[in-house]
Design a binder for this molecule. Structure first.
Ligand SMILES: [Zn+2]
Length: 428
């Protein structure tokens, strides 16, 4: 097959807008060919992939044909050299597509697109694994590429423009809040008020805060155990020491109720439709609560495995005393030339200094060395941090896709954030 084009002699199958081919669609478009003959125990041997044309040797018993596949303009072109007309599909091709579909799934044909995974796997063999079988050939990106823009993103691409349209109040300075007469919230010689920043496992809910009464050590400077969560949520009003503290507890309870209504990921589903107002409310509540908690002595992070746990006491191995930093992190991005591809990463600066050991798995916040928590300056920052976090830390952009990435991500981002370009491609 020459000239990178088999369309003239091929049967044509339309793919879904995202490149998928469902088995229903395959059956419908190929006219239910299954009734016109069998092609038993077909074995597909990969022959070549060149100029976008994927060639297989298609054998059943002692009959053998050459099958060409090509994906162009969201259509799959199929040609078999048995001499069958191109108006209908021959049985060899029909059963073969069924086998490939069954074995590799409905997204397999997206790999054959121009600048798709098959093309790149042959162009950059060190970055992909190839797997031959009696269904032909499949290719997989190596794990170190992490999330691959356009080809194999770890999470679906967020609407960058909509994220950047979010209000950005990060210029607001952090205002520490003093809790009136009782900054350390000591209730008695044995008890003190503590605040547990709740991080729910598997991102069930966004972080919230539950005040819990802690039992002090003999010296009175540390907490050795906690009363039950419910005491914190419902009963502490009777022992609250100041009106400011009561306000804090009411805020915490309000925040907890809001987070209960939402999934634990900012970008889950469509963030910018109905959930945007409530996300903004959660973010603003957190701004206030964070300022109030900053003056508190006993703040902990707590990993909650499930809501049922709230009926009991906090479990010992899940809490860790933390410091809430008053500094708002500043985000920037880096594009590094890696030769065949670029790597897009996030950087976090604190007072102009690049922060090491940043952890980003806690929505709305980042942490350093587990023990220091920084509140992100805006919902916008938080969405971008979440995107990079769910992308496994960085995004690989093949140079073949860089124009699209630049248009979709870098240009809009550059209007709001610093982007550093490192490497040969950017030295000129
Ligand atoms: Zn045929």
């Amino acid at each position: 097959m020459k000239n990178g084009d088999i369309q003239q002699q091929a049967f044509r199958i339309s793919l879904m807008p995202d490149g998928r081919l469902t088995s229903e669609s395959l059956k419908k478009q190929s006219g239910g060919y299954r009734y016109r003959g069998e092609w038993p125990d077909a074995c597909l041997k990969f022959i070549s992939f060149s100029d976008g044309i994927f060639t297989l040797r298609n054998t059943s018993n002692d009959e053998s044909y050459t099958l060409h596949l090509q994906v162009k303009d969201n259509k799959l072109f199929v040609s078999c050299n048995c001499g069958h007309n191109k108006i209908t599909i021959c049985k060899h091709a029909y059963w073969t597509l069924g086998d490939i579909h069954w074995k590799f799934g409905e997204y397999y044909f997206t790999k054959l697109m121009s600048h798709g995974m098959m093309e790149l796997a042959f162009k950059y063999p060190m970055l992909f694994d190839k797997q031959e079988s009696n269904c032909g050939l499949n290719v997989f990106p190596r794990a170190e590429l992490k999330s691959i823009y356009h080809l194999a993103p770890a999470v679906s691409m967020p609407d960058i423009k909509a994220i950047l349209n979010l209000p950005n109040p990060s210029s607001k300075a952090f205002v520490p809040y003093t809790l009136g007469s009782s900054p350390k919230a000591q209730i008695s010689r044995e008890k003190a008020m503590a605040y547990l920043v709740i991080i729910s496992i598997r991102y069930e809910h966004l972080p919230s805060v539950i005040p819990v009464i802690g039992q002090l050590t003999v010296k009175g400077n540390a907490i050795k155990s906690f009363d039950s969560f419910l005491d914190g949520l419902q009963k502490t009003n009777t022992i609250i020491l100041s009106t400011a503290q009561k306000a804090l507890h009411e805020k915490c309870l309000g925040l907890y109720k809001l987070t209960e209504k939402l999934p634990g990921e900012l970008l889950a589903g469509n963030v910018f439709s109905k959930r945007l107002n409530i996300l903004a409310e959660i973010f603003n509540d957190w701004m206030e609560i964070y300022s109030m908690l900053h003056s508190q002595h006993f703040v902990f992070r707590y990993v909650l495995f499930g809501k049922r746990e709230l009926r009991g006491k906090p479990k010992r191995d899940r809490w860790l005393q933390v410091t809430l930093s008053a500094i708002t992190p500043v985000l920037s991005f880096v594009v590094t030339d890696k030769g065949d591809h670029y790597r897009f990463t996030l950087r976090v600066h604190i007072d102009g200094v690049l922060l090491d050991n940043v952890k980003t798995g806690m929505p709305l916040f980042i942490t350093q060395n587990e023990e220091t928590i920084f509140r992100l300056g805006s919902l916008r920052d938080a969405c971008l941090v979440e995107w990079l976090d769910r992308s496994d830390g960085w995004i690989t952009v093949f140079k073949e896709h860089f124009d699209a990435f630049q248009k979709e991500v870098l240009v809009p981002l550059e209007a709001h954030y610093a982007i550093q370009f490192i490497g040969n491609d950017f030295n000129s």
